[in-house]
Design a protein around this ligand. Sequence first.
Ligand code: T6T
Length: 316
Amino acid sequence: AMAALAAMLLITSCGGGGEGSGGGGDRIRVALVQGLAGEEFYETMACGARAKAKELGVDLDVQGPQKFDPTLQTPIVNSVVAGAPDAMLIAPTDVKAMIAPLTQAKQQNIKIILVDTVVEDPTIGLSRISTDNLKGGAAAAEALSEQVGGKGKVLVISTDPGVSTVDARIKGFEDEIKASHPGLTYVGVQYSHNDVGEASRIMNAALAKDADLAGVFATNLNSATGAGTALQQAGKLGKVKMVGFDAGPAQVKQLKDGVVQALIAQLPADIGAKGVEQAVAAVKGQEVTPSIPTDATIVTAANVDRPEVQKVLYKA
Ligand code: T6T
């Protein structure tokens, strides 16, 4: 009965049978440490990783911090290391702060695969699997420029400096504006600490400061949820254009409601699946691919209902 209960508790939103923690002694054991637990991007990543783990017959344990914060992620990494898995997939929450705990893991001969985010130390991560975030940021700038007719003030709302993915999106956005959109005035980036309420406050303050704000780029799920909610409540629909990274259910609703004009959807399930593949290859001493870029799709109201676009929307 206990086993049945445990199995039930492990059933997840992706409909799989959960991770096989009770597997046989000689099965490869892989841990996935998310950037944030319970969030659609990382839960979709976990779904992809679980499916691949099942297919390859490896045990997968998924954990993540309650906030996107290295002080909360570090103890999780430490406890994973204490459990001595064969490999660890991780989305590090800070380019610097996560180097020390991951160095410990590496010294214990745990094969490390970086999924989504990275750390500054290039010797950490046998494989790095992520969206081309620089390119994604440039695509966001292009989409926003098109929406605002190539002119006006544009703002970026991000999470925190030191997060490799969103930092690259900001850089891609800024570079693209400088290079090709002389009519846009970039009013800078503000940081929400990945908090929806804070992103809303930033958006409201920006509307109060710049009544003529033309557009906003929100660099991830929570930033976009907060910024979009503020725009909606301020009655700025269609007046201030918005482009967001990621495509969770709230983002897709905002797109359909006309709050947001374009979303850059990543392939988190693919990142998770490829992460497990690379981990298994590393453990078996097979060839590992150092860098694997995954695709991004620009989702708009015009294409969101197409089957191939529906496929890339994140799971609830
Ligand atoms: O945008 C994703 C992820 O790529 C990023 O590293 C952190 O934020 C998300 O998880 C979305 O909230």
